[in-house]
Ligand binder design. Sequence first.
Ligand code: NI
Length: 176
Amino acid sequence: MAVLDILLYPDPILRQTSSFVDLKDTALPKLVEDMFETLRASNGIGLAAPQIGVLKRVIVIDFGRETEVSPLALINPEILWRSEETTPFRNGCLSLPGIWADVVRPAAIEIKYYDENFQPQLLKTDGLLAVCAQHEIDHLNGKIFIDHLSKLKRDFLIKKFFNRKMQEQEDLITQK
Ligand code: NI
């Protein structure tokens, strides 16, 4: 297993659309393992393959504790149904560390996907898992959570992100 580098905004790969995985793809078990390892090393709860530079429709979710649904690998996930009811939820992203914002999304969804054993699965869910799955599926379509915000809010957060990055670099130089 290996901990992989996570691409940071504004890496152009994060804007590309990922391809459906061929279920005979022999690289898949290692990809899923490496993604879980990378996610666990980074204190996140969800990771999509494009965030490690692999343009395949693969997602891993791990809430850091065993639950009925976590940890979970979703291969070729598709949202079949979205509730009309929406709910705001705080989103963060490993590709935009330090940035958080409320995103309004459907409160419940039904997803079709393949698990890591290539078995087809159906999952109807709400709460944190619904938020996380929608956030990660967005990544497979080249979308980042800040895209859901107003331009004003988005520009503000992007500026904050770059200021933070610059500050970190300055701190590194001062320490030397
Ligand atoms: Ni993300």
